[in-house]
Ligand binder design. Structure first.
Ligand SMILES: *Cc1c(COP(=O)(O)O)cnc(C)c1O
Length: 737
């Protein structure tokens, strides 16, 4: 391996620290610290002010800490005791031999790990190389893989400016801006060669050779390798290849996917890593199958079609998009300009090569589809919820002309969330008391979660109320700052202090603003909405957050409508929009709301995960029966939901206008007749027992299913392990998940 001669940045940092604090450096370079509040506290406590200023980045906080402050901490017996406890826990975690995987699937080994490719990873807000659901899922995948001891590494891109940041101007219009990531100040280590220089790989992008360097960050036991083209010896245009996530045009997009797929495989080779399986999380990385084929051709001297089966054996694919237009496709022209030399290298003709990505054969204008390539080149494929699996089989049936639709080899593994990351510390503490100190390692056990019933109602309610108050304080702070920044008048700025009421029914709605998610469904009948939110006896309030893609004018218009609504005199204290949605804002929201609202156009939400995060905190979902909620929602004998609410029930029509009317009508009715009455039904001490019963049902029924430990266990037993270490060609049984 590399990096023998040079000093790793964690070690460099530790050399600057007083002796008793040295191990802080190891913790700072491993995102394991971010999973519980006791660990976060170690860094926050160094300087709460620097902690905020550096966006919760522990490396930057340590680097900036004064010698006096470090000495103080080194002499503080409580701090040192706390640190040594966390360090002992960390060492035990990192060195654990008897892991779940070592018992269940010992054939997956660190010698030949699983390489998990994704265009974005949402590990923590201090590593902003994600945009939304796909990235958060990938981050949670790595965390649970680490917890269960799965030999897995991540491969992605290190974007100099990440995804855009959001600011709303005085007319409520979204303005996009970017912030430079300074990699040297982040928990990232540049991979070096024997001479102590950056280890690079070279690959051809748009007729030029581009050098790519590789950074590594640690997520528990899992290493995440991120590729970066921002090097002085590259053409200025190529330095921006890894500039922005989902920015630029189709040409930027294909170039980035060449770097991720082809560059990713080359990088692993340069690092001396030989994966047993490549997991393509979404189609963006599908070019990696071509590079694996080429390496195999080089090794064996065989032609492409003779190595195809062996490539397929080592690649698996997860699709995330239920709309045909959401899948990356590239025009034949664009393919010509990027791949003319590459197909010659694979000893394929242009027609043969383009056929690999063609949904329909024989049409010279047929675009090259990344999902098609992935489906052709992977031995297993899955969607991310039961419904999404079904929709995907239907969508791709043309690729399997000899099979009926229900035999199309695309299965499903429903998404989950990483429980420690998304559970509020106050709730985690309750679980420790009532479910056991090991609750985090038993997240998939329904019997354990059943013990939530042992938590006294008053205790659960009190914790939930504290979390809601924190969300409200956070919302006021952010909105006050936003109003100040955009130069609003003093009265408006001060009014932010009066926003929201901790005793009112509080709804959260946060996600990307795109048309199908219908961020404005609630406003469809403005009069009725005003009555619900302006109700004096049973007030209802809502907090919104989310970005619209910079090119999505319609999404920006929806945000503008919401901002207008926030200023309506009758409800201006009851509606708030938090700008610049990210992991930190998401945590505050999912941990503090009573109800999580999700009203996409079915079946366009492949899974969704934000509603799952809410369950771990006792929040209750009110959602269209789409994605994961189709599987999560349970009804009782009376036909009503026992763990949440379903908008629109099972009424589906292809008439969008009609569907919007049905769904908004259903949502209003739920709020008026079920949700608000239940919430405001209190005993003499103000405790809503029937509501709390539903909170408990939300936790008990959803938590054991929709966590990433269950999801990883499914991937290991149904997808990774069955094909691992077999070198023969796959049988059909292996193909069908
Ligand atoms: C969880 C999460 C998402 C995904 O939520 P959906 O339910 O898919 O809308 C997006 N962004 C952030 C910041 C998240 O934390």
């Amino acid at each position: 391996m590399t990096n023998k001669s040079a000093i790793a940045p964690a070690q460099k940092l530790s050399e600057k620290l007083p002796l008793p604090l040295k191990r802080l450096a190891d913790l700072a370079y491993n995102y394991w610290w971010s999973w519980t509040s006791e660990r976060v506290f170690l860094f926050q406590n160094i300087s709460p002010e620097a902690w905020e200023r550096y966006g919760h980045n522990p490396v930057a906080v340590l680097e900036s800490a004064s010698y006096e402050r470090l000495t103080q901490l080194a002499e503080d017996p409580f701090y040192i005791k706390h640190l040594s406890q966390v360090v002992a826990e960390f060492d035990a975690y990192m060195n654990q031999q008897d892991t779940w995987v070592s018992r269940v699937a010992p054939q997956i080994s660190w010698q030949n790990p699983i390489a998990y490719f994704c265009a974005e990873f949402g590990i923590h807000e201090s590593l902003p190389v994600y945009s939304g659901g796909l990235g958060i899922l990938a981050g949670d995948h790595l965390k649970s893989a680490s917890d269960l001891g799965v030999p897995l590494i991540g491969v992605g891109l290190l974007y100099r400016q990440g995804y855009f940041r959001q600011r709303l101007n005085r007319s409520g219009w979204q303005e996009d801006y970017y912030i430079d990531n300074v990699f040297q100040q982040m928990p990232l280590e540049l991979m070096l060669n024997e001479r102590g220089e950056a280890l690079t790989i070279a690959l051809q992008v748009r007729q030029r050779m581009v050098k790519v360097q590789i950074w590594r960050t640690q997520v528990g036991r899992v290493s995440l390798y991120l590729l970066d083209t921002d090097r002085e010896d590259n053409d200025p245009i190529d330095r921006w290849l890894t500039g922005h996530l989902y920015g630029g045009n189709q040409d930027t997009r294909i170039a980035q996917e060449v770097v991720l797929g082809i560059g990713g495989v080359k990088a692993l080779t340069a690092l001396g890593i030989q994966p047993s399986i490549h997991h393509l999380n979404e189609g963006h990385a599908a070019f990696c199958t071509l590079e694996i084929a080429w390496q195999e051709m080089e090794r064996t001297g065989k032609p492409f079609y003779d190595v195809e089966a062996s490539v397929r054996n080592r690649c698996v694919f997860t699709t995330h998009t239920p709309v045909p237009a959401g899948h990356d496709v590239f025009s034949p022209d664009l393919m010509d300009s990027h791949f003319a030399q590459y197909w010659a290298q694979l000893r394929l003709s242009r027609e043969q090569f383009l056929a690999l990505g063609a949904k329909r054969l024989g049409d010279p204008w047929e675009p090259f589809g990344m999902t098609v390539l992935a489906l052709r080149m992977c031995r297993a494929a899955n969607g991310v919820s039961e419904l999404h699996g079904r929709v995907s089989r239907q969508m791709w049936t043309a690729l399997y002309p000899d099979r009926p639709e229900n035999r199309v080899p695309i299965g499903h593994i429903t998404n989950g969330v990483h429980a420690p990351t998304w559970t509020a510390p106050l709730m985690a503490d309750l679980y420790t008391q009532y479910l056991g100190t090991d609750w985090q390692t038993r997240a998939i056990d329904p019997a354990m979660w059943a013990d939530v019933d042992r938590i006294p109602d008053a205790e659960l309610w009190q914790r939930h109320q504290v979390l809601k108050e924190r969300l409200i304080a956070f919302t006021r702070y952010r909105i006050k700052k936003a109003r100040t920044d955009r130069g609003e008048v003093g009265d408006r700025i001060h009014a932010a202090d009066l926003l929201l009421d901790p005793n009112a029914l509080t709804i959260g709605f946060a996600r990307r603003f795109s048309q199908y998610k219908r961020g404005n469904l609630l406003l469809r009948d403005a009069e009725r909405a005003l009555k619900i939110f302006g109700n004096a006896q049973r007030p209802v309030q809502i907090v919104f957050a989310g970005k619209a893609h910079p090119a999505d004018e319609e999404g920006k218009r929806i945000i503008q409508k919401l901002m207008e609504w926030c200023q309506h005199s009758a409800i201006q204290h009851r509606v708030a929009f938090i700008e610049d949605y990210d992991i930190y804002v998401a945590q505050k929201l999912v941990q503090g709301v009573d109800v999580w609202l999700n009203n996409p156009r079915r079946p366009l939400e492949a899974s969704g995960t934000s509603g799952q995060k809410v369950c771990f905190n006792g929040g209750i979902n009110c959602s269209v029966l789409d994605g994961w909620w189709c599987e999560g929602y349970q009804v009782g004998m009376d036909g009503k939901g026992i763990n949440g609410w379903a908008i629109g029930e099972d009424a589906h029509t292809s008439n969008q206008e009609l569907q919007d009317r049905i769904d908004s009508e259903s949502l209003y009715k739920l709020l008026e007749e079920e949700i608000a009455p239940l919430y405001y039904d209190r005993d003499n001490n103000g405790i809503p027992h029937r509501w709390i019963q539903m909170m408990k049902a939300s936790i008990k029924t959803n938590a054991p299913l929709f966590n990433t430990d269950r999801m990883i266990a499914d991937y290991v037993t149904r997808i990774y392990a069955p094909g691992c270490s077999t070198i023969s060609t796959p049988s059909l049984a292996q193909v069908i998940v």
